[in-house]
Design a protein around this ligand. Structure first.
Ligand code: PLP
Length: 435
């Protein structure tokens, strides 16, 4: 960065802090000032090009022309709300629910993943008459007051209501039952304990909610039968299962369109967000008629900006691009290619403890020691910053922030994968320090 640019960035940061306050965080030690995006690339104010390996919201690629056109045309025609009849809203709901197992036929619209999860909590309470929520102990589900209660990664136990009980994230690499062939059963058993904890506090479980790729938990390799067993226990106790598909949904995992499908479970409620409108704010809850029947007995739902004709035009265009460009297949093929390349890096560099994931959702677990699997948190931070300097934007996740998170737009190609692998190879060669 030249001196002039450095001074400008510094001034912008100061202005931002004055105007937005200190509660907002920026990525990177030297934050980037992005001004344009196209496909898998972002460009900063100096025209420097970055490969975007981080952003899943521009699901079909930054500023995809088909989505931009659909939004623009609808915006120039009409934008109201869901209290008027509108074909596009219905067309979208029909096309979306066709992607779900039979029975999950109803779509309710909101604007953010948080709102979708809050609505899911309300639906579960209405259907079960219960108030308890079961969630993993390092989850992210959103930022409203109610939803931050189940965002256990950020809301400490002391700040949570006694109707929230946690279970350990089903981590087979670093966790209670790492490398244990009985991990599925053992992790699932914790759901019984959570139900007991709720009972001690006078609650029955309304729902068990998980992000079906466990992003915030560090993208662990989940034992195959874990979720089905855990959900069975919740159902036996009268609770529902909510699949939060905000991260893995819309074909990202390559093998399946939804994350829950890869666990062989059918949710009672599903929540969608981030990638749904390629950046246009739209989210949804997809559930059953039976659950809505229970909810509407003494409640109703309206969300001013949720599911407007423009929001649905954006969402419809996203589904069309996924189909026309066969992006789920691309996620599978490019993801497999990338996983193979990353395995080779693992064979070369001691710091790469584990490589895991599916499709275009991959985690690289960096460790200080292969045997103890001690998380290499500081090194992960350095890798993220060094990659940025080399024109690759990536993030990290997990309880120790040591898992590099690969989650690019779905148009990511094998050529893009090669660029990532090459830059990663360069960075891992550097002295990343031992602390
Ligand atoms: N659920 C999951 C799994 C998420 O990762 C997020 C956001 O990162 C949300 C819900 C909340 O979505 P939003 O930020 O749109 O409210």
């Amino acid at each position: 960065m030249n001196d002039q640019r450095h001074a400008h960035t510094k001034a912008m940061r100061k202005r931002r802090e004055q105007l937005l306050g200190k509660a907002y965080h920026l990525f990177y030690d030297d934050p980037v000032h992005i001004v344009r995006g196209e496909g898998v690339f972002l460009y900063d104010a100096d025209g420097k090009k970055y490969l975007d390996v981080y952003n899943n919201v521009p699901h079909v690629g930054h500023c995809h022309p088909h989505v931009a056109r659909a939004v623009s045309e609808q915006l120039q025609t009409l934008n109201t709300h869901t209290r008027y009849l509108h074909e596009t809203v219905l067309d979208y709901a029909e096309k979306l629910t066709a992607r779900f197992p039979d029975g999950l036929d109803i779509t309710m619209f909101a604007c953010t993943g948080t709102e979708a999860n809050e609505l899911a909590m309300r639906l579960a309470r209405a259907k079960t008459g219960a108030t308890g929520m079961i969630v993993t102990d390092h989850a992210y589900h959103g930022n409203s007051w109610a939803v931050s209660q189940i965002t256990t990664a950020e809301h400490s136990r002391e700040k949570r209501g006694d109707n929230i009980a946690t279970v350990p994230a089903p981590d087979t690499y670093r966790g209670l039952y790492a490398d244990d062939s009985q991990a599925a059963e053992k992790y699932a058993e914790h759901v019984y304990a959570a139900i007991d904890t709720l009972a001690l506090n006078g609650h029955r479980p309304a729902a068990f909610i998980v992000d079906t790729i466990f992003t915030n938990e560090g993208l662990p390799t989940v034992p195959a039968t874990y979720l089905a067993k855990a959900v069975e226990i919740v159902h036996q106790a009268g609770g529902l299962f909510v699949a939060d598909e905000v991260q893995p949904g819309f074909g990202r995992l390559g093998t399946n369109f939804w994350g829950f499908e890869s666990h062989g479970v059918v949710p009672d409620i599903t929540t969608l967000g981030k990638p749904m409108g390629n950046g246009y704010p739209v989210s949804a809850v997809v559930t059953t008629t039976e659950i809505i029947e229970a909810f509407q007995q003494d409640d109703h739902y309206f969300n001013t900006f949720g599911g407007t004709p423009v929001a649905c035009a954006a969402a419809l265009a996203v589904l069309e691009v996924i189909e026309q460009e066969d992006l789920q297949t691309n996620a599978r093929k490019t993801g497999d290619y990338l996983l193979h390349g990353l395995q080779q890096l693992k064979d070369t560099y001691e710091i790469v403890g584990d490589v895991r994931g599916s499709g275009l959702f991959i985690g690289i677990d960096l460790v200080r020691d292969r045997d103890t699997r001690e998380p290499a948190t500081n090194q992960a931070r350095k890798v993220v910053n060094l990659l940025k300097d080399r024109g690759v934007l990536i993030g990290s996740t997990g309880r120790y922030e040591n898992v590099l998170k690969i989650r690019p737009p779905m148009v990511f190609s094998t050529e893009n994968a090669d660029m990532l692998l090459q830059r990663l190879d360069e960075v891992l060669k550097e002295n990343l320090g031992s602390e």
